[in-house]
Write a protein that binds this ligand. Structure first.
Ligand code: SF4
Ligand code: SF4
Ligand code: SF4
Ligand code: FES
Length: 955
């Protein structure tokens, strides 16, 4: 079962974690001498010498526990037989791992285990991948003297409640690996060992099954279990894999590396890659288990066309679909002008696909009407960090958090949105780092097992900038500025202006307390904590960007980091947690209407000249339309055609009614996707998209890390998305040709200075690389702005707090804010088609008990939510996570219509919608809203038009 890519992921288990120390010791294992860092276990030293000591309770992702007694060794000069996993090496130690006595003891231990273990190896789902089976072979077990008739656990009932894995206590050897994995790796503390001695068994919660317990289905325990006790259901169904391919998760911006375990063309398991630089062998429920959507029967695998959106679809050949789209686009341009069509790319697509779509729009459509879904999430990050620091990206690696002394989380919910990084952050917090949470809602991090935020600044939605200014006020007026850093690294005049501004009494925590709702004393204490931390690191998410002052807040965060010298080294920095897998990449690839790849403005003659020469066309120098401008132009009749790859604008963009009205005005909408999503219901051409399992390419995660996506099976629709874009370009009269996505990356590397050193060969060699990767940094750049900022001197910006126009009043007295949940991803098109829906079958409205009581609302009631834009109906959940006056929902289900109520307000600089602040009223109701009823009717019609499509025989 050799790893196909050579990147590992299936390698040696060294038994205990690696230790880092400048002090080394020399040890001899079975006559082999080696030097290892102080703190290394005998077991690990032996493994490093190539000697595998039998083991069951040890594995190198977990701290040693010393329970199975299989790993005993003899050490010269010591009495007895110490466990090699819990014994640390000493200088000059001489270890013997194989002696007749040790062999005897180990066989005895194995006899005991096997006497209480079902003898069903041949039919067991772990057959061929079971450490107990392996160890029985290794120790040479030939008989079980105790027999199998004694007291045992063989009749224990199996727990199959979790949708993705089973727990069979009859096979448990009580090695505790699962319990430690849940504590150390995941940080959920869902498992315990119940009872003592012979009666002891693993238990999720108090007499609960896995599904009802605290378990979040990350799979770490399943991964750690050495037997078939915890076993993936997919392996039970399909059997063990026959080959493996390393690839990258297609969900969130953590960008976890996975080993796709394959049996022929069938994915049988997705295992987090131990060598993955972003995840180090950990995963969350989405990447680990929620991949079944890729083979869901809803997948559309043949191109389709129709004249009008009220017509039934007609399956056609790829050629016919592409010609139909190109003819319509050309006709529209002839009638309405060159700028009447455009494209939208997705942060779910690869870098190569995003690059090609913007190239198609610029070179074949002849305009700059290209935008990305980052418009509606992190466009303020791009703008704000470029202005202040000089680069539109986060400054650190994820691993940097392990050096942070104070962690500030603003408007992000890492345990749900970025779960693997959330677990890493929790590990650092359990080690003693301090935590400040700035969030209107009590997210899990505020209080979870062994973690309690030092300060939770529970602000009113929409007042981020006021809180940041108040924090800055304290730092400036209490002498907490890192003057030396600022003097050396930042523009003096801009700093002086900012300092004067924040020092003003109007920015004091006391003056802003009424607006923010945060006690001034808490702001003062939090500011002191962050500013006087050895290393202070800020992590933020959409709770920062999706505001009318999103860009202002990003700049305010950069100001805070610069003022306190918390930038340019490990453990500090400004870290945007990107929502989707390739948000960073789609922005890097020039998907904005004003920027060519590498964040260079289209009006820059020199840069444009380089692209004109490479692409052989003349490029438009005026920026094109942003997504909201496309809708406006559609409504005024000047924008008529759209190519939308991998993005569902109808569900994800704000003010759904407005978006739909715009879509209905278009004469040619081409959607390329896996499913008939909400946008495709308004389309004239449907091109089958390829899932991440069906294509080669790269994703760039939130730490600028470029990782390979590898094809493990052929595209169900016959072509990768990049090939379809190429065909459309050709049909539009612009000939692009690539044989493989690696050639697209080569072109990107030629044209984008921060990518000059990136190639598929480099990625094979290094596993992944963080840009800038070029002649100055051939192996990439884990930490940015070390010696100087990318823009030279860091620039402070005055960040005046301007309250949003979205005001509460008597008619709309509550503020609705939105977020995401662990089990679902974005518009939910993928996760809703997996068993993740078992945890979250619908979006619900969280409401504080006071607000609920005032309105007579109880848990589970239908409630109507009305805003100035529209209204919808959801089930209510009464929750003290909320503060009075604020309600919350997620947006993963189209029927919820979360965006029917969000407004057109947006960030002043980037038009990123203000999803996080909508004034609403909530009332008890008995039936879905009018919009929901219309949605149901329209969706049923569209489903019918799909079902009754005119089909063609296989092409
Ligand atoms: S469930 Fe697996 S990992 Fe947990 S104690 Fe039992 S055998 Fe060990
Ligand atoms: S799946 Fe994850 S959260 Fe659930 S019990 Fe296992 S380790 Fe804990
Ligand atoms: S969804 Fe995010 S955290 Fe979960 S496995 Fe995928 S990349 Fe990792
Ligand atoms: S592996 Fe050392 S005691 Fe189990």
């Amino acid at each position: 079962m050799a790893c196909q890519c050579g990147n590992g992921g299936c390698g040696t288990d060294y038994g205990t974690p690696a230790r880092v120390s400048e002090q080394m010791v020399e040890v001899e294992v079975d006559g082999i001498t080696l030097t290892v860092p102080v703190g290394t276990s005998v077991m690990r030293a032996a493994a490093e010498a190539g000697v595998q000591i039998p083991k069951l309770c040890a594995t190198d992702s977990l701290e040693p526990f010393g329970s199975c007694r299989l790993c005993l060794v003899e050490i010269e000069g010591r009495r007895g037989y110490p466990a090699s996993c819990t014994t640390l090496v000493d200088n000059g130690m001489k270890v013997h791992t194989q002696t007749p006595k040790l062999a005897d003891i180990r066989r005895g231990v194995m006899e005991l285990y096997i006497s209480d273990h079902p003898l069903d190896c041949l039919t067991c789902s772990a057959n061929g991948n079971c450490e107990l089976q392996d160890m029985a072979g290794v120790v040479g077990l030939r008989e079980v003297r105790y027999g199998y008739e004694g007291e045992n656990h063989l009749k224990s009932a199996k727990d199959t409640s979790n949708p993705y894995f089973t727990y069979d206590p009859s096979k448990c050897i009580v090695c505790n690996r699962c319990v430690r994995a849940c504590e150390e790796t995941q940080g959920t503390f869902a498992l315990t060992i119940d009872s003592r001695g012979f009666a002891s068994r693993v238990s999720p919660g108090q007499n609960e099954d896995f599904f009802d317990s605290e378990c979040v289905s990350c799979g770490a325990c399943v991964q750690a279990c050495p037997t078939a006790t915890l076993m993936e259901k997919s392996i039970i169904v399909h059997g063990q894999p026959d080959h493996r391919v390393v690839t990258t998760c297609a969900y969130c911006g953590v960008g976890c590396s996975f080993v796709a375990e394959m049996k022929g063309n069938q994915v049988v398991n997705m295992v987090p890659n131990k060598d993955g630089h972003a995840n180090h062998g950990h995963s969350c429920v989405k990447g680990r288990f929620a991949w079944g959507y890729a083979s869901h029967p809803d997948r559309i695998t043949k191109p389709m066309i129709r004249e009008n959106i009220t017509d039934a679809w007609k399956e056609v050949s790829w050629d016919e679909a592409i010609q139909f789209a190109a003819n319509r686009f050309k006709g529209i341009q002839a009638k309405y002008g060159k700028g009447s069509i455009g494209g939208i790319v997705s942060s779910r697509c690869t870098n190569e696909e995003d690059y090609l779509v913007q190239k198609l729009v610029r070179a074949a459509f002849g305009n700059n009407n290209v935008d990305t879904c980052a418009r509606v999430c992190h466009s303020p990050t791009g703008y704000g960090l470029k202005q202040t620091l000089g680069e539109s990206a986060g400054t650190q690696t994820f691993d940097s958090v392990m050096q942070a002394d104070v962690i500030v989380v603003i408007g992000a919910n890492p345990t749900d949105g970025h779960p693997v990084f959330g677990s890493q952050m929790k590990r650092r917090l359990r080690e003693g780092a301090k935590l400040i949470v700035v969030d209107p809602r009590a997210i899990d991090l505020v209080k979870s097992p062994h973690i309690k935020a030092d300060y939770h600044l529970k602000l009113r939605p929409g007042t981020n900038v006021a809180v940041a200014n108040a924090l800055s006020h304290v730092i400036v007026t209490e002498g907490l500025v890192d003057e030396a850093f600022v003097a050396e690294r930042c523009e003096p005049q801009a700093f002086a202006d900012w300092k004067n501004f924040v020092a003003d009494a109007s920015n004091s925590p006391e003056a802003l307390e009424a607006a923010t709702g945060v006690p001034a004393a808490d702001i003062r204490a939090a500011a002191r904590l962050y500013a006087s931390a050895g290393n202070g690191a800020i992590y933020y998410g959409l709770g920062v960007t999706e505001h009318s002052q999103g860009s202002t807040m990003v700049m305010a965060i950069a100001n805070l980091a610069m003022a306190t010298g918390n930038i340019g080294r490990l453990g500090v920095g400004v870290n945007p947690l990107r929502g989707q897998n390739n948000v960073q990449g789609s922005c890097d690839m020039g998907s904005f209407p004003h920027e060519l790849p590498g964040y260079r403005h289209v009006s820059d003659d020199v840069v444009r000249g380089e692209f004109e020469q490479a692409w052989g066309v003349t490029l438009e120098k005026e920026p094109g339309l942003r997504i909201p401008n496309m809708f406006e132009a559609a409504l005024d009749g000047s924008y008529k055609g759209l190519y939308c790859q991998g993005e569902d604008i109808v569900q994800s963009d704000p003010n759904t009614q407005h978006v739909i009205a715009a879509m209905e005005q278009m004469e040619c909408v081409v959607v390329q996707d896996l499913f008939l999503n909400e946008t495709a219901k308004y389309a004239h051409v449907f091109l089958p998209g390829a899932s991440f399992l069906e294509k080669d390419g790269t994703f760039t995660n939130a730490e600028r890390r470029i990782s390979r996506v590898r094809k493990v099976k052929e595209p169900l629709g016959g072509y990768g998305d990049w090939e379809a874009t190429m065909m459309l370009a050709k049909a539009m009269g612009y000939d692009m040709h690539y044989d493989h996505p690696s050639q697209i990356m080569d072109e990107i590397a030629r044209l984008v200075p921060t990518f000059h050193g990136v190639s598929y060969d480099k990625l094979e060699q290094l596993g992944s690389v963080q840009w800038p990767c070029n002649e100055h940094a051939p192996d990439g750049t884990p930490i940015m702005h070390i010696e100087e900022f990318v823009r030279g001197k860091g620039k402070f910006f005055v960040t005046r707090y301007v309250p949003t126009d979205e005001k509460v009043n008597q008619r709309f007295p509550l503020i609705l804010t939105t977020g995401r949940i662990l089990s679902h991803y974005n518009v939910g098109a993928q996760t809703r088609r997996t068993n993740n829906s078992a945890w979250h079958p619908e979006d619900i409205l969280e409401i504080h008990p006071h607000d609920a009581e005032e309105r007579g609302i109880s848990d589970g009631d239908w409630v109507g939510i009305q805003s100035r834009a529209g209204d919808t109906v959801l089930h209510a959940k009464v929750s003290t996570r909320m503060q009075p006056g604020v309600v919350y929902t997620t947006f993963h289900h189209p029927f919820s219509g979360a965006n029917v109520i969000t407004t057109d307000n947006s960030d002043w600089a980037t038009n990123c919608p203000e999803y996080k602040v909508t004034a609403v009223q909530v009332v008890k109701v008995t039936q879905p809203s009018d919009w929901q009823q219309r949605y149901r009717q329209f969706s049923a019609q569209q489903d019918d038009l799909l079902k009754h499509r005119e089909t063609v025989k296989a092409q």
